[in-house]
Design a protein around this ligand. Sequence first.
Ligand SMILES: Nc1ncnc2c1ncn2[C@@H]1O[C@H](COP(=O)(O)OP(=O)(O)OP(=O)(O)O)[C@@H](O)[C@H]1O
Ligand SMILES: [Mg+2]
Length: 248
Amino acid sequence: MVADQSAAQVPLLEGRGLTRIYRMGDTEVAALRGVDFRIDLGENVAIIGPSGSGKSTLLHILGLLDRQSAGQYLFAGVDTDTLDDDRLAVLRNRAIGFIFQSFNLVSGESALENVASPLVYAGVKRRERLDRAQESLVRVGLGDRLHHDPSQLSGGQRQRVAIARALVTRPALILADEPTGNLDSHSSAEVFALLEQLQDQGLTLVTITHDQRIANRAQRILRVEDGSLIDGNAGDSSYLDHAEQGVS
Ligand SMILES: Nc1ncnc2c1ncn2[C@@H]1O[C@H](COP(=O)(O)OP(=O)(O)OP(=O)(O)O)[C@@H](O)[C@H]1O
Ligand SMILES: [Mg+2]
């Protein structure tokens, strides 16, 4: 996956002093207070921490959905401040797949159409879009649900459609915000197994989670606390205890 040795030394994602301040009238909320990190290609990283600590804020910046207020965010070695909104949108569409707690599927559109939608923005022709969407749905075990509306699917199946949609552009990076947060234990297990497969296939995974299995499986845990980042080892159970306490 890595073109040459110099590329191997550049982290896929790097934050330097990342700060995000939300301004609402006269009040300011410092959601991130100068965080530093590097995430390499192929890593599986879990982000944990209490509610309101800044996890989603961080993930939105990682996913180029939001920009930091100060500090630098480098994507594959490129300083994202040098990219205009159009270039960021292209990079986001080609390189990143998103999975959210609430699935974010469009009702009134079939599973197939939902999964194909990122390819519309990528300029892929309709026939190829549908072929690739079908391939992606087969990959998540939903080859027999192509024409179902999201409302006709179980929660776990909806999240698998969302995962198929995240994979359809063949991204290098998957960002997930509480992917099992709305699921019962059976559906969580299905989604967990799928995330495990993606890791085995070499995708870079960054997952915000309160799910101990997902955190256990990560190679590295980033703990966010009051807008600051504490880098931990996945084997250190005190981080997981903390994740459990942080359930909102
Ligand atoms: N759009 C916004 N405008 C103003 N403040 C915001 C905005 N989004 C988040 N915040 C504030 O920033 C802080 C961090 O929020 P964030 O959503 O990143 O937390 P989180 O760690 O993802 O929490 P949770 O586990 O509950 O999802 C919180 O204090 C929140 O109230
Ligand atoms: Mg959040």
